[in-house]
Design a binder for this molecule. Structure first.
Ligand code: NAD
Length: 476
Protein backbone atom coordinates (compact mmCIF):
# COMPACT_ATOMS: atom_id res chain seq x y z
CA UNK A 1 0.00 0.00 0.00
CA UNK A 2 0.96 3.66 -0.32
CA UNK A 3 0.63 6.64 2.02
CA UNK A 4 -2.48 8.79 1.70
CA UNK A 5 -1.84 12.52 1.32
CA UNK A 6 -4.36 15.03 -0.03
CA UNK A 7 -6.63 12.19 -1.17
CA UNK A 8 -3.89 10.57 -3.25
CA UNK A 9 -1.69 7.50 -2.93
CA UNK A 10 1.87 8.68 -2.38
CA UNK A 11 5.22 6.91 -2.17
CA UNK A 12 8.25 8.15 -0.26
CA UNK A 13 10.65 10.67 -1.84
CA UNK A 14 13.54 8.24 -1.67
CA UNK A 15 11.34 5.26 -2.66
CA UNK A 16 12.28 3.36 0.51
CA UNK A 17 9.66 0.89 1.75
CA UNK A 18 9.24 -1.00 4.99
CA UNK A 19 7.79 -4.50 5.46
CA UNK A 20 4.63 -5.35 7.38
CA UNK A 21 4.98 -8.77 9.03
CA UNK A 22 2.20 -11.13 10.10
CA UNK A 23 3.13 -11.89 13.75
CA UNK A 24 1.44 -15.31 13.63
CA UNK A 25 3.55 -16.54 10.72
CA UNK A 26 6.57 -14.24 10.56
CA UNK A 27 5.75 -13.73 6.86
CA UNK A 28 5.82 -10.33 5.12
CA UNK A 29 2.30 -9.45 3.97
CA UNK A 30 2.89 -6.04 2.40
CA UNK A 31 5.26 -3.07 2.19
CA UNK A 32 4.51 0.57 2.86
CA UNK A 33 6.56 3.68 2.10
CA UNK A 34 9.12 4.67 4.69
CA UNK A 35 8.11 8.32 4.85
CA UNK A 36 10.52 11.24 5.29
CA UNK A 37 10.14 14.76 6.63
CA UNK A 38 9.25 15.83 3.07
CA UNK A 39 6.08 13.71 3.10
CA UNK A 40 5.28 15.03 6.59
CA UNK A 41 5.55 18.54 5.17
CA UNK A 42 3.40 17.64 2.13
CA UNK A 43 0.77 16.13 4.42
CA UNK A 44 0.67 19.21 6.67
CA UNK A 45 0.30 21.42 3.58
CA UNK A 46 -2.51 19.22 2.21
CA UNK A 47 -4.25 19.47 5.59
CA UNK A 48 -3.77 23.26 5.64
CA UNK A 49 -5.24 23.54 2.14
CA UNK A 50 -8.28 21.47 3.16
CA UNK A 51 -8.79 23.29 6.46
CA UNK A 52 -10.81 26.41 5.54
CA UNK A 53 -13.46 24.53 3.57
CA UNK A 54 -13.78 21.77 6.19
CA UNK A 55 -13.91 24.17 9.15
CA UNK A 56 -16.36 26.35 7.19
CA UNK A 57 -18.98 23.60 6.96
CA UNK A 58 -21.63 23.31 9.63
CA UNK A 59 -20.86 20.85 12.39
CA UNK A 60 -23.97 18.89 11.36
CA UNK A 61 -22.64 18.62 7.84
CA UNK A 62 -19.35 17.21 9.13
CA UNK A 63 -21.35 14.85 11.33
CA UNK A 64 -23.27 13.56 8.29
CA UNK A 65 -19.99 12.68 6.59
CA UNK A 66 -18.81 10.84 9.70
CA UNK A 67 -22.11 8.88 9.70
CA UNK A 68 -21.56 7.89 6.06
CA UNK A 69 -17.95 6.94 6.77
CA UNK A 70 -19.06 4.80 9.74
CA UNK A 71 -21.60 3.00 7.54
CA UNK A 72 -18.94 2.23 4.96
CA UNK A 73 -16.52 0.92 7.61
CA UNK A 74 -19.30 -1.30 9.03
CA UNK A 75 -20.11 -2.64 5.58
CA UNK A 76 -16.45 -3.64 5.10
CA UNK A 77 -15.85 -4.75 8.69
CA UNK A 78 -14.99 -8.36 7.85
CA UNK A 79 -12.38 -7.47 5.22
CA UNK A 80 -10.89 -4.80 7.46
CA UNK A 81 -10.82 -7.24 10.38
CA UNK A 82 -8.95 -9.87 8.34
CA UNK A 83 -6.37 -7.26 7.44
CA UNK A 84 -6.09 -6.15 11.06
CA UNK A 85 -5.57 -9.74 12.21
CA UNK A 86 -2.92 -10.28 9.54
CA UNK A 87 -0.88 -7.22 10.53
CA UNK A 88 -1.50 -7.16 14.29
CA UNK A 89 -2.28 -10.75 15.29
CA UNK A 90 -5.47 -10.44 17.37
CA UNK A 91 -8.18 -13.08 16.87
CA UNK A 92 -10.47 -12.18 14.01
CA UNK A 93 -13.56 -11.87 16.24
CA UNK A 94 -11.76 -9.25 18.36
CA UNK A 95 -10.61 -7.55 15.15
CA UNK A 96 -14.25 -7.34 13.96
CA UNK A 97 -15.17 -5.78 17.31
CA UNK A 98 -12.33 -3.27 17.00
CA UNK A 99 -13.39 -2.22 13.49
CA UNK A 100 -17.03 -1.87 14.63
CA UNK A 101 -15.74 0.05 17.64
CA UNK A 102 -14.21 2.55 15.22
CA UNK A 103 -17.62 2.95 13.55
CA UNK A 104 -19.23 3.38 17.00
CA UNK A 105 -16.85 6.25 17.76
CA UNK A 106 -17.61 8.06 14.49
CA UNK A 107 -21.35 7.55 15.10
CA UNK A 108 -21.10 8.87 18.66
CA UNK A 109 -19.43 12.09 17.48
CA UNK A 110 -21.71 12.39 14.44
CA UNK A 111 -24.69 11.94 16.80
CA UNK A 112 -23.73 14.84 19.09
CA UNK A 113 -23.03 17.18 16.16
CA UNK A 114 -26.43 18.87 16.30
CA UNK A 115 -25.99 19.69 20.00
CA UNK A 116 -22.59 21.38 19.64
CA UNK A 117 -22.87 25.14 19.96
CA UNK A 118 -21.20 28.09 21.63
CA UNK A 119 -22.37 30.10 24.62
CA UNK A 120 -24.00 33.42 25.40
CA UNK A 121 -23.05 35.28 28.58
CA UNK A 122 -25.20 38.25 29.55
CA UNK A 123 -23.27 40.94 31.44
CA UNK A 124 -26.14 43.30 32.23
CA UNK A 125 -25.52 46.93 31.41
CA UNK A 126 -21.85 46.12 30.63
CA UNK A 127 -22.86 44.24 27.49
CA UNK A 128 -23.19 40.77 25.99
CA UNK A 129 -20.64 38.11 25.34
CA UNK A 130 -20.65 35.28 22.78
CA UNK A 131 -18.20 32.38 23.06
CA UNK A 132 -17.33 30.39 19.95
CA UNK A 133 -15.63 26.99 19.96
CA UNK A 134 -13.32 27.13 16.96
CA UNK A 135 -11.22 24.28 15.57
CA UNK A 136 -7.50 24.46 16.30
CA UNK A 137 -6.28 23.96 12.72
CA UNK A 138 -4.07 21.12 11.49
CA UNK A 139 -3.59 18.48 14.21
CA UNK A 140 -1.16 15.57 14.35
CA UNK A 141 -1.97 12.14 15.77
CA UNK A 142 0.45 9.30 16.50
CA UNK A 143 -0.62 5.83 17.65
CA UNK A 144 0.96 2.48 18.59
CA UNK A 145 0.35 -0.99 17.15
CA UNK A 146 -1.76 -2.62 19.84
CA UNK A 147 -5.20 -1.20 18.96
CA UNK A 148 -4.50 0.59 15.68
CA UNK A 149 -8.09 1.11 14.55
CA UNK A 150 -9.76 2.04 17.85
CA UNK A 151 -6.97 4.46 18.71
CA UNK A 152 -7.32 6.02 15.28
CA UNK A 153 -11.05 6.46 15.95
CA UNK A 154 -10.38 8.13 19.31
CA UNK A 155 -8.36 10.81 17.51
CA UNK A 156 -10.17 11.10 14.16
CA UNK A 157 -13.77 11.26 15.51
CA UNK A 158 -13.52 14.32 17.79
CA UNK A 159 -10.79 16.10 15.79
CA UNK A 160 -12.69 16.02 12.49
CA UNK A 161 -16.11 16.74 13.98
CA UNK A 162 -14.66 19.86 15.61
CA UNK A 163 -13.53 21.07 12.15
CA UNK A 164 -9.81 20.31 12.33
CA UNK A 165 -7.84 18.54 9.63
CA UNK A 166 -5.43 15.80 10.58
CA UNK A 167 -2.09 14.21 9.76
CA UNK A 168 -2.06 10.71 11.19
CA UNK A 169 0.95 8.48 11.79
CA UNK A 170 0.20 4.79 12.38
CA UNK A 171 2.74 2.48 14.04
CA UNK A 172 5.33 1.06 11.63
CA UNK A 173 4.08 -2.46 12.35
CA UNK A 174 0.38 -1.78 11.69
CA UNK A 175 -0.27 0.80 8.96
CA UNK A 176 -2.50 -1.26 6.64
CA UNK A 177 -5.94 -1.16 8.26
CA UNK A 178 -5.64 2.58 8.95
CA UNK A 179 -4.83 3.19 5.29
CA UNK A 180 -7.82 1.12 4.16
CA UNK A 181 -10.13 2.88 6.62
CA UNK A 182 -8.95 6.28 5.34
CA UNK A 183 -9.65 5.28 1.73
CA UNK A 184 -13.18 4.17 2.74
CA UNK A 185 -13.80 7.43 4.59
CA UNK A 186 -12.80 9.38 1.49
CA UNK A 187 -15.08 7.26 -0.71
CA UNK A 188 -17.86 8.03 1.78
CA UNK A 189 -17.42 11.79 1.26
CA UNK A 190 -14.52 12.94 3.43
CA UNK A 191 -12.85 15.65 1.30
CA UNK A 192 -9.23 15.07 0.20
CA UNK A 193 -6.65 16.44 2.62
CA UNK A 194 -8.94 16.36 5.68
CA UNK A 195 -7.31 13.11 6.88
CA UNK A 196 -3.78 12.29 5.71
CA UNK A 197 -1.66 9.29 6.61
CA UNK A 198 2.13 9.29 6.61
CA UNK A 199 3.73 5.89 7.21
CA UNK A 200 7.27 5.44 8.48
CA UNK A 201 9.54 5.37 11.49
CA UNK A 202 8.75 7.06 14.77
CA UNK A 203 12.05 8.92 15.01
CA UNK A 204 11.62 10.33 11.49
CA UNK A 205 7.92 10.74 10.64
CA UNK A 206 6.75 10.90 14.29
CA UNK A 207 9.33 13.49 15.32
CA UNK A 208 8.89 15.36 12.02
CA UNK A 209 5.19 15.72 12.78
CA UNK A 210 5.68 16.78 16.40
CA UNK A 211 8.24 19.42 15.39
CA UNK A 212 6.35 20.74 12.37
CA UNK A 213 5.41 24.42 12.87
CA UNK A 214 2.09 23.89 11.07
CA UNK A 215 0.80 21.44 13.71
CA UNK A 216 -1.45 23.11 16.30
CA UNK A 217 -2.03 20.09 18.52
CA UNK A 218 -0.33 16.76 18.83
CA UNK A 219 -2.24 13.81 20.23
CA UNK A 220 0.12 10.97 21.05
CA UNK A 221 -0.60 7.46 22.33
CA UNK A 222 2.30 5.22 23.18
CA UNK A 223 5.12 4.49 25.53
CA UNK A 224 6.07 6.78 28.45
CA UNK A 225 9.59 7.42 27.21
CA UNK A 226 8.38 8.38 23.75
CA UNK A 227 5.74 10.54 25.42
CA UNK A 228 8.51 12.43 27.26
CA UNK A 229 10.28 13.05 23.97
CA UNK A 230 7.04 14.26 22.34
CA UNK A 231 6.40 16.63 25.24
CA UNK A 232 9.92 18.01 25.00
CA UNK A 233 9.72 18.56 21.23
CA UNK A 234 6.18 19.94 21.04
CA UNK A 235 6.34 21.95 24.27
CA UNK A 236 9.20 24.06 22.99
CA UNK A 237 6.88 25.64 20.41
CA UNK A 238 3.70 25.82 22.51
CA UNK A 239 1.65 23.34 20.50
CA UNK A 240 -1.17 21.73 22.49
CA UNK A 241 -0.17 18.28 23.71
CA UNK A 242 -2.34 15.31 24.53
CA UNK A 243 -0.55 12.20 25.84
CA UNK A 244 -2.08 8.76 26.44
CA UNK A 245 0.69 6.63 27.90
CA UNK A 246 1.20 3.34 29.68
CA UNK A 247 -0.73 1.71 32.48
CA UNK A 248 -0.45 -1.00 35.14
CA UNK A 249 -4.11 -1.43 36.05
CA UNK A 250 -4.98 -3.14 39.32
CA UNK A 251 -7.98 -5.48 39.69
CA UNK A 252 -9.22 -6.00 43.25
CA UNK A 253 -11.37 -9.09 43.82
CA UNK A 254 -13.22 -8.65 47.11
CA UNK A 255 -14.36 -11.59 49.28
CA UNK A 256 -18.05 -11.28 48.27
CA UNK A 257 -17.31 -11.22 44.52
CA UNK A 258 -19.13 -13.46 42.05
CA UNK A 259 -16.08 -15.68 41.50
CA UNK A 260 -17.14 -16.94 38.06
CA UNK A 261 -17.68 -13.40 36.80
CA UNK A 262 -14.41 -12.21 38.30
CA UNK A 263 -12.48 -15.10 36.72
CA UNK A 264 -14.01 -14.27 33.31
CA UNK A 265 -13.13 -10.61 33.87
CA UNK A 266 -9.52 -11.41 34.77
CA UNK A 267 -9.10 -13.69 31.75
CA UNK A 268 -10.55 -11.15 29.36
CA UNK A 269 -8.90 -8.24 31.17
CA UNK A 270 -5.40 -9.70 30.99
CA UNK A 271 -5.34 -12.04 27.98
CA UNK A 272 -7.40 -10.01 25.49
CA UNK A 273 -5.05 -8.91 22.68
CA UNK A 274 -2.36 -11.15 24.23
CA UNK A 275 -2.11 -8.72 27.13
CA UNK A 276 -1.09 -5.82 24.89
CA UNK A 277 -3.68 -3.29 25.98
CA UNK A 278 -3.03 -0.09 27.90
CA UNK A 279 -5.90 -0.76 30.30
CA UNK A 280 -5.31 -4.51 30.62
CA UNK A 281 -5.42 -5.99 34.12
CA UNK A 282 -1.72 -5.95 34.94
CA UNK A 283 -1.80 -6.65 38.71
CA UNK A 284 -4.47 -8.73 40.45
CA UNK A 285 -5.25 -8.56 44.17
CA UNK A 286 -7.62 -11.17 45.60
CA UNK A 287 -9.04 -11.43 49.13
CA UNK A 288 -7.63 -14.33 51.18
CA UNK A 289 -11.10 -15.81 51.94
CA UNK A 290 -11.66 -16.70 48.28
CA UNK A 291 -8.09 -16.79 46.99
CA UNK A 292 -7.70 -20.58 46.76
CA UNK A 293 -10.90 -21.16 44.76
CA UNK A 294 -10.40 -18.04 42.61
CA UNK A 295 -6.82 -18.91 41.66
CA UNK A 296 -7.69 -22.55 40.87
CA UNK A 297 -10.52 -21.46 38.55
CA UNK A 298 -8.42 -18.72 36.97
CA UNK A 299 -5.63 -21.19 36.27
CA UNK A 300 -8.04 -23.67 34.66
CA UNK A 301 -9.48 -20.97 32.42
CA UNK A 302 -6.04 -19.62 31.46
CA UNK A 303 -4.88 -23.12 30.53
CA UNK A 304 -7.96 -23.72 28.39
CA UNK A 305 -7.51 -20.63 26.20
CA UNK A 306 -6.90 -21.55 22.55
CA UNK A 307 -3.71 -19.76 21.43
CA UNK A 308 -2.79 -19.56 17.77
CA UNK A 309 -3.05 -17.72 14.46
CA UNK A 310 -5.89 -15.22 14.91
CA UNK A 311 -7.24 -15.92 11.43
CA UNK A 312 -8.48 -19.30 12.75
CA UNK A 313 -11.97 -18.51 14.16
CA UNK A 314 -11.50 -20.93 17.10
CA UNK A 315 -8.47 -19.00 18.39
CA UNK A 316 -9.00 -16.94 21.56
CA UNK A 317 -5.53 -15.43 21.96
CA UNK A 318 -3.13 -14.54 19.13
CA UNK A 319 0.64 -13.97 19.08
CA UNK A 320 2.53 -11.03 20.50
CA UNK A 321 2.90 -8.26 17.98
CA UNK A 322 6.52 -8.97 17.08
CA UNK A 323 9.86 -10.50 17.98
CA UNK A 324 10.98 -7.60 20.17
CA UNK A 325 7.78 -7.80 22.21
CA UNK A 326 8.18 -11.57 22.68
CA UNK A 327 11.81 -11.16 23.76
CA UNK A 328 10.79 -8.52 26.30
CA UNK A 329 8.21 -10.83 27.89
CA UNK A 330 10.62 -13.76 27.98
CA UNK A 331 13.25 -11.62 29.67
CA UNK A 332 10.81 -10.30 32.35
CA UNK A 333 9.53 -13.79 33.23
CA UNK A 334 13.02 -15.33 33.21
CA UNK A 335 14.24 -12.62 35.58
CA UNK A 336 11.32 -13.32 37.96
CA UNK A 337 12.23 -17.03 37.87
CA UNK A 338 15.97 -16.48 38.36
CA UNK A 339 15.49 -14.12 41.29
CA UNK A 340 12.67 -16.26 42.82
CA UNK A 341 10.38 -13.20 42.74
CA UNK A 342 7.18 -15.23 42.33
CA UNK A 343 5.79 -18.69 41.63
CA UNK A 344 4.88 -19.61 38.06
CA UNK A 345 1.39 -21.12 38.42
CA UNK A 346 0.95 -21.81 34.71
CA UNK A 347 2.75 -20.87 31.45
CA UNK A 348 6.10 -19.17 31.86
CA UNK A 349 7.92 -20.28 28.68
CA UNK A 350 7.35 -19.43 25.01
CA UNK A 351 5.14 -21.79 23.03
CA UNK A 352 6.80 -24.10 20.54
CA UNK A 353 5.74 -27.02 18.38
CA UNK A 354 3.21 -27.32 15.55
CA UNK A 355 1.50 -24.03 14.76
CA UNK A 356 4.00 -22.00 16.78
CA UNK A 357 7.18 -22.45 14.70
CA UNK A 358 7.42 -19.02 13.10
CA UNK A 359 5.13 -16.71 15.02
CA UNK A 360 5.68 -14.85 18.30
CA UNK A 361 3.60 -16.90 20.74
CA UNK A 362 3.66 -16.80 24.54
CA UNK A 363 1.10 -18.68 26.66
CA UNK A 364 -1.25 -17.21 29.26
CA UNK A 365 0.94 -17.06 32.36
CA UNK A 366 0.04 -16.63 36.02
CA UNK A 367 2.60 -15.69 38.66
CA UNK A 368 1.62 -16.25 42.30
CA UNK A 369 2.87 -14.22 45.25
CA UNK A 370 4.95 -11.73 43.20
CA UNK A 371 7.62 -9.71 44.95
CA UNK A 372 6.40 -6.07 45.11
CA UNK A 373 9.71 -4.95 43.61
CA UNK A 374 9.68 -7.34 40.65
CA UNK A 375 9.16 -5.87 37.15
CA UNK A 376 5.69 -7.40 36.91
CA UNK A 377 4.61 -5.08 39.73
CA UNK A 378 6.71 -2.00 39.05
CA UNK A 379 6.68 -1.71 35.24
CA UNK A 380 4.07 -1.94 32.52
CA UNK A 381 4.30 -5.48 31.14
CA UNK A 382 2.74 -5.65 27.68
CA UNK A 383 2.03 -9.36 27.35
CA UNK A 384 -0.06 -12.26 28.74
CA UNK A 385 1.51 -12.47 32.20
CA UNK A 386 -0.62 -11.81 35.29
CA UNK A 387 0.82 -11.49 38.81
CA UNK A 388 -1.68 -12.52 41.53
CA UNK A 389 -1.33 -11.22 45.10
CA UNK A 390 -3.45 -12.32 48.09
CA UNK A 391 -4.68 -9.46 50.33
CA UNK A 392 -6.16 -9.50 53.83
CA UNK A 393 -8.19 -6.29 53.84
CA UNK A 394 -9.43 -3.52 51.59
CA UNK A 395 -6.95 -0.96 52.81
CA UNK A 396 -4.09 -3.28 51.85
CA UNK A 397 -5.68 -3.84 48.40
CA UNK A 398 -6.10 -0.11 47.73
CA UNK A 399 -2.61 0.81 49.00
CA UNK A 400 -1.03 -1.94 46.87
CA UNK A 401 -3.13 -0.87 43.87
CA UNK A 402 -1.76 2.68 44.23
CA UNK A 403 1.88 1.53 44.53
CA UNK A 404 2.69 2.50 40.95
CA UNK A 405 3.60 5.53 38.91
CA UNK A 406 0.78 4.67 36.48
CA UNK A 407 -2.89 5.60 36.76
CA UNK A 408 -4.99 4.56 33.78
CA UNK A 409 -7.76 2.14 34.85
CA UNK A 410 -8.66 0.00 37.88
CA UNK A 411 -11.45 -2.38 38.80
CA UNK A 412 -13.10 -3.79 41.89
CA UNK A 413 -15.20 -6.94 41.90
CA UNK A 414 -17.76 -6.91 44.69
CA UNK A 415 -21.49 -6.92 45.50
CA UNK A 416 -20.98 -4.35 48.27
CA UNK A 417 -21.67 -0.76 47.21
CA UNK A 418 -19.62 0.65 50.10
CA UNK A 419 -16.57 -1.36 48.99
CA UNK A 420 -17.06 -0.24 45.39
CA UNK A 421 -17.33 3.38 46.50
CA UNK A 422 -14.25 3.15 48.72
CA UNK A 423 -12.17 1.83 45.81
CA UNK A 424 -13.62 4.38 43.38
CA UNK A 425 -12.76 7.21 45.78
CA UNK A 426 -9.26 6.12 46.77
CA UNK A 427 -7.71 4.38 43.77
CA UNK A 428 -5.67 6.73 41.60
CA UNK A 429 -6.94 6.07 38.07
CA UNK A 430 -8.72 7.77 35.20
CA UNK A 431 -11.47 5.16 35.08
CA UNK A 432 -12.70 2.72 37.74
CA UNK A 433 -14.90 -0.21 36.77
CA UNK A 434 -17.09 -2.21 39.15
CA UNK A 435 -17.51 -5.89 38.13
CA UNK A 436 -15.98 -5.07 34.74
CA UNK A 437 -12.62 -4.16 33.21
CA UNK A 438 -11.36 -2.89 29.83
CA UNK A 439 -14.55 -1.61 28.19
CA UNK A 440 -14.28 2.03 27.12
CA UNK A 441 -17.31 3.16 25.09
CA UNK A 442 -16.90 6.47 23.26
CA UNK A 443 -19.39 8.20 25.58
CA UNK A 444 -17.04 7.90 28.58
CA UNK A 445 -14.17 10.37 28.94
CA UNK A 446 -10.91 8.65 29.63
CA UNK A 447 -7.84 10.29 31.12
CA UNK A 448 -4.62 8.91 32.55
CA UNK A 449 -3.49 10.28 35.92
CA UNK A 450 -0.02 10.30 37.54
CA UNK A 451 2.46 9.46 34.75
CA UNK A 452 -0.11 7.78 32.51
CA UNK A 453 -1.14 10.80 30.54
CA UNK A 454 -2.19 14.35 30.00
CA UNK A 455 -5.57 15.31 28.49
CA UNK A 456 -8.68 13.32 27.65
CA UNK A 457 -9.83 10.85 25.08
CA UNK A 458 -13.54 10.18 24.29
CA UNK A 459 -16.75 11.88 25.31
CA UNK A 460 -17.62 15.55 24.92
CA UNK A 461 -14.36 16.29 26.71
CA UNK A 462 -12.26 15.00 23.80
CA UNK A 463 -14.29 17.12 21.38
CA UNK A 464 -13.63 20.19 23.53
CA UNK A 465 -9.93 19.30 23.53
CA UNK A 466 -9.88 19.86 19.78
CA UNK A 467 -11.33 23.37 20.04
CA UNK A 468 -10.28 26.77 21.28
CA UNK A 469 -12.61 29.41 22.59
CA UNK A 470 -12.97 32.80 20.97
CA UNK A 471 -15.01 35.37 22.88
CA UNK A 472 -16.85 38.38 21.55
CA UNK A 473 -17.70 41.17 24.03
CA UNK A 474 -20.26 43.69 22.81
CA UNK A 475 -20.74 46.89 24.73
CA UNK A 476 -23.96 48.68 23.71
P1 NAD B 1 5.88 3.71 21.12
O1 NAD B 1 5.93 4.96 21.94
O2 NAD B 1 7.13 3.01 20.83
O3 NAD B 1 5.22 4.03 19.68
C1 NAD B 1 3.99 4.70 19.56
C2 NAD B 1 3.99 5.52 18.27
O4 NAD B 1 4.98 6.56 18.42
C3 NAD B 1 4.38 4.74 17.02
O5 NAD B 1 3.62 5.19 15.93
C4 NAD B 1 5.84 5.11 16.85
O6 NAD B 1 6.29 4.97 15.52
C5 NAD B 1 5.84 6.55 17.29
N1 NAD B 1 7.15 7.06 17.75
C6 NAD B 1 8.24 6.36 18.15
N2 NAD B 1 9.25 7.20 18.46
C7 NAD B 1 8.79 8.45 18.26
C8 NAD B 1 9.36 9.75 18.44
N3 NAD B 1 10.61 9.91 18.86
N4 NAD B 1 8.60 10.83 18.17
C9 NAD B 1 7.31 10.68 17.77
N5 NAD B 1 6.72 9.48 17.56
C10 NAD B 1 7.45 8.38 17.82
O7 NAD B 1 4.81 2.80 21.83
P2 NAD B 1 4.51 1.27 21.55
O8 NAD B 1 5.49 0.45 22.30
O9 NAD B 1 4.33 1.07 20.10
O10 NAD B 1 3.04 1.15 22.21
C11 NAD B 1 2.77 0.59 23.43
C12 NAD B 1 2.51 1.66 24.48
O11 NAD B 1 1.34 2.41 24.16
C13 NAD B 1 2.23 1.05 25.83
O12 NAD B 1 2.93 1.76 26.83
C14 NAD B 1 0.74 1.24 26.01
O13 NAD B 1 0.29 1.24 27.34
C15 NAD B 1 0.53 2.53 25.34
N6 NAD B 1 -0.89 2.72 25.00
C16 NAD B 1 -1.60 3.65 25.72
C17 NAD B 1 -2.96 3.83 25.46
C18 NAD B 1 -3.77 4.85 26.24
O14 NAD B 1 -4.88 5.18 25.83
N7 NAD B 1 -3.26 5.37 27.36
C19 NAD B 1 -3.58 3.08 24.48
C20 NAD B 1 -2.82 2.11 23.78
C21 NAD B 1 -1.46 1.96 24.06
Amino acid sequence: MQMRIGGKDVSSTDDARMPVINPATGIEIDRVPEGTIYEVDDAVRAAETAFDAWAGRTVRDRGMILFQAAASVREHSHDLASLLTAEQGKPVRDAVDEVRGFANILEFYAGIAGAMHGEYIGLGSAGDCLVRHDPLGVCGAIVPWNMPVILMGWKVGPALLAGNTLVFKPASATPLTSLSVTALMEEAGLPPGVLNIVTGRGDVVGEGLVKHPGIRKISFTGDMETGDRVRELAGSRLAEIHLELGGSDPMIVWKDADIGKAVDGAVRGRFYNAGQTCTAVKRLFVHEDIAREFIARLRKRAESLVVGDGSDPSVEMGPLSGKAQLERIISVVESVKEKSQGTILTGGSPLSGPGYERGFFYPPTLVGDPDPDCPLMTREVFGPVLPVTVIRDLDEGICRANETRYGLGASVWTRDLAVAHEVFSRVEAGVVWVNKHLTLPPEIPFEGVKESGLGRENGLQAFQGYTRTKSLFISW
